[in-house]
Design a protein around this ligand. Structure first.
Ligand code: AHM
Ligand code: MG
Length: 337
């Protein structure tokens, strides 16, 4: 049998008109042009983060070849062991944000205090988890970066404080993540839908690959660390059992960004309930739960801590934790009922 490789398929005019193929930079610029008084600072900030993502992507790809895997021998503010790549990613992002000059303050999972780049005239503050899914770093499993951007509360020109970060999730003006997986993808929202841009290594550019992402109302995937099952609240245990009775797929990577991204594309729910060891849940509100909750809602999904919408929580601490139930709307409703 002979197989012909010639393709006679030509794109239709509608397909040609699709915005797929547009670069992230151009997309950000076009969005900015839609706001006549936009100063361009937010656009620049997003581009700085995307650039740092490219650098981290390169480091991750070389990780097995040079001595950047393994533990650092230190702990972060949460008392967790820092991996070398955690520390490298933290330095890269902070440097990119400082050099970009748009962020007047930064908080990071890896740093106790607010980081002040010295640009007191900047309007924006950034909360970041530079490399999420640390336990997967050494094993070639997908990891990610998560970020959240706010307009500062303190007056421009003064020294920013933690007040600038202790804002409700609903106050975010942009949020996103970069997933370093089988391909690298930058997904973000500025409150007008969610768009995903896949990184083309050979061109060094992100291209729009997932325009206007929407999560299905319901799904057939549940993602949680079932090793903790008997520590979960009774109602959550029952919910997991009901998922199993319905033969839903249990999928858990252990990297929030990767689990969230898969469920966003396929429909499903991610759960990190409170446990005995972590009574407030494990995930950090400002740079893990808030940004992903913003994206989930923008994509038609939902995120709660079991009591209220994640985005309605008013934080009192920079590194506070919250339980998280996030993903397809009906599944999140069911689990919280
Ligand atoms: P990290 O920021 O130290 O990497 O911790 C967050 C990670 C999430 O990416 C992931 O969903 C969760 O912790 C996994 O926790 P566990 O190993 O308890 O299942
Ligand atoms: Mg993290």
């Amino acid at each position: 049998m002979s197989v012909s490789f010639t393709s006679t398929y030509l794109m239709t005019n509608e397909e040609l008109a699709l915005p797929v193929g547009i670069t992230l930079d151009r997309f950000i610029m076009r969005n900015q042009e839609a706001f006549p008084f936009a100063s361009g600072e937010l656009s620049q900030l997003l581009r700085d983060i995307a650039l740092a993502g490219k650098i981290i992507n390169r480091e991750i790809n070389r990780a097995g070849l040079i001595d950047i895997t393994g533990q650092m021998g230190s702990q972060n503010v949460q008392g967790e062991v820092q991996q070398k790549l955690d520390v490298i990613a933290n330095i890269r992002f902070i440097r990119a944000l400082k050099n970009g000059g748009e962020a007047c303050a930064i908080i990071s999972e890896e740093e106790t205090e607010v980081i002040l780049p010295g640009n007191n005239h900047g309007k924006y503050v950034v909360a970041i988890d530079p490399l999420d899914g640390s336990s997967n770093i050494d094993t070639n499993v997908s990891i990610g970066t998560i970020f959240s951007i706010y307009r500062r509360k303190t007056p421009v020109g003064t020294v920013p404080t933690s007040i600038d970060f202790l804002q409700k999730g609903r106050e975010q003006i942009a949020a996103g993540y970069i997933l370093y997986g089988s391909s690298t993808i930058f997904v973000y929202t500025t409150g007008k839908g969610v768009n995903g841009f896949t990184y083309d290594n050979s061109l060094g550019e992100y291209f729009l690959s997932h325009p206007q992402m929407q999560v299905s109302k319901s799904g057939k995937i549940f993602s949680c660390n079932e090793g903790n099952l008997f520590d979960f609240p009774q109602a959550i245990q029952q919910y997991i059992e009901s998922c199993k009775r319905k033969n839903y797929a249990g999928r858990y990577i252990g990297s929030l960004v990767a689990d969230f991204h898969r469920n966003l594309l396929k429909g499903g729910i991610y759960l990190y309930p409170p446990t005995e060891k972590t009574p407030s849940g494990k995930l950090r509100l400002l740079y893990e739960c808030f940004p992903l909750a913003f994206i989930a809602e923008q994509a038609g999904g939902k995120a709660t801590d079991g009591v209220q919408a994640i985005l309605d929580i008013v934080p009192t601490d920079l590194h506070q934790r919250a339980p998280l139930y996030i993903g397809s709307q009906e599944m999140v409703d069911e689990v919280t009922q």
